[in-house]
Write a protein that binds this ligand. Structure first.
Ligand SMILES: [Fe+2]
Ligand SMILES: [Fe+2]
Length: 160
């Protein structure tokens, strides 16, 4: 499976998990740390503009909270178990992670709806455009991250 960067994800489970943590978990954390204050600023500056992304900062905060809880569970429980070759009843936490991914997808859809699918209007300022470009990149990363887990990593441990 190819990454957005055009790289092929590592095959071996340990290396694949390392890749998910460095290329996605760490990058999401740093991207969201920058996007949140930017979203707040754009909403404040354009408070009277009906085309401004009203509610985006709140939606990003909700997504960040969901993602933080989720990534913490993967890092503390699921990934160590997978590195150890699996554990009894691993299907249950995997099913929970898949359900979290569905919630992330709902959050992504909400953010796209709030922002006209992240298309800035012609009069948008530079910060507004940077906010939409950065959010688009983060959401594309998140989609690729979830696909790697759902389609490549998790099936290795699911009994089906
Ligand atoms: Fe993850
Ligand atoms: Fe995940």
């Amino acid at each position: 499976m190819r990454d957005l960067d055009g790289n092929t994800a590592p095959q071996e489970t340990d290396a694949l998990i390392d890749h998910i943590q460095t290329r996605y978990h760490a990058v999401h954390r740093s991207d969201l740390a920058g996007l949140l204050p930017l979203a707040e600023r754009v909403e404040q500056v354009h408070a009277d503009d009906p085309q401004a992304p009203h509610g985006l900062a709140q939606a990003l905060m909700t997504l960040r909270r969901e993602m933080e809880d989720h990534m913490a569970k993967e890092e503390a429980i699921l990934f160590p178990a997978m590195r150890a070759g699996g554990m009894q009843g691993i299907d249950h936490p995997i099913a929970m992670m898949r359900a979290d991914h569905d919630e992330h997808a709902a959050c992504i859809a909400r953010i796209r709806a709030l922002t006209g699918n992240l298309t800035a209007p012609a009069h948008a300022c530079g910060s507004w455009r940077a906010l939409y470009a950065g959010t688009e990149k983060m959401l594309d990363d998140l989609a690729a991250h979830m696909a790697l887990e759902n389609d490549l990593l998790f099936p290795r441990f699911e009994r089906g």
